[in-house]
Ligand binder design. Sequence first.
Ligand SMILES: CCOCCOc1ccc(-c2cn(C[C@@H]3NC[C@@H](O)[C@H]3O)nn2)cc1
Length: 447
Amino acid sequence: MAIIEFGEDFRWGVATAAYQIEGGVTEGGRGPSIWDTFSHTPGKVLNGDNGDVACDSYHRFDEDIRLMKELGVDVYRFSVSWPRIFPNGKGEVNQEGLDYYHRLVDELLANGIEPMCTLYHWDLPQALQDRGGWNNRETVEAFVAYAELMFREFSGKIHSWLTINEPWCVSFLSNYIGAHAPGNQDLGLAVTISHHLLLAHGKAVAKFREMKTGGKIGFAPNVTWLEAYSSSGEDMEACRRGMGWMIDWFLDPVFNGKYPAFMVEWFADHGATLAIEEGDMEWIQQPVDFIGINYYESNVARHNKDSGMLQVEGIDMGYKKTDIGWYINAEGFYKVLTFIADKYGNIPIYITENGICINDGVEKGTVDDQRRIDYLKAHVTAVARSIKSGVNLKGYITWSLLDNFEWAEGYSKRFGLVHVNYRTLERTKKESFYWYQKLVNNHWLEV
Ligand SMILES: CCOCCOc1ccc(-c2cn(C[C@@H]3NC[C@@H](O)[C@H]3O)nn2)cc1
């Protein structure tokens, strides 16, 4: 057995998101979001599931925080439901919504847990969607106004902020592939939305700097690693396109002030062009303090002209799969982290999401999720390897504390260290909870 060690200043956490855990969708003055609309549209979410109740964390966050305290985590990454703060997306502020998040944050601080706040984790106020949503530049300004209010309201309490979670999912998964809310399938629309998301991010960062409220701010792209099936140019280029879509398209503008030319050209060849206005790129490249990286899977891929818009075909190499069908490949985690550090300079990185869907149920009062322990062990080891290789990694936040509403998969897919019975809302600690507790408190693990 080998011992993998982490420094005492390396931070450990758990992550959730508002629409996936809160419930209480008509309580406390909350307005509807696009995920309320989408989940209540027949056929959009598996089994017709929705977030109306979810884990009922709107009423049970004290219990959730007791679990975090028992884990011993340093950080809780949660998201704020924009329509709880601005029920109509902008204009009138809902004080009950602010009060709820003050109670949550105060309880975290009272338990010595640092709040890391994601401002946008996909639950756009429906009122803004009715006016074009992220396709409308008005939504960019509404996001900045929302961010400004949150920075001011929680100044002194929240010191770590993330603007946008997984902009690839918000733009391309939700408006080109169409699997997530609002479910459009238009590449041009998705490309425009990706630009507006980056603009919203950059303008919010600029507002954060202007307000001088203290703390750090970043954003949380989701990434993957695609290993080329062969050393042929076409296979290597296919993998660059696949990763360029998720990584370079979002990080190049923020860190280098321009979109990757090879992707701009590829999208243009498919009828999707960027409408960049004067000053946009200057807003987008506002320096961030850190970047959140969300990683789940990687694969082997090759060129296939008949394989979708990108002409990238994944190859089943026989890697073990999770219960949501994603490949398990911790080597890809190490490779993508070193790739990002090499390409974008050694910006401080938090892993803001990494975890596995394992649907094991409760037996004899526990969940023997050894496969989750194996996944976490391998991926935390990849994090340690990255640190030893010079990647400026500051912390690891696992997805997720609780089983929760996994978007279009509904409640069928379980990512939590804690099992949730969606009928009784009873929380049950899984074996992985105790494994993570030991890692978090020891700062080392045996592999
Ligand atoms: C080509 C067709 O593809 C159809 C589905 O394609 C995807 C891709 C990616 C995802 C996805 C889900 N998650 C986990 C979440 N991250 C944020 C947090 O809320 C977690 O619940 N990350 N990525 C889902 C579906």
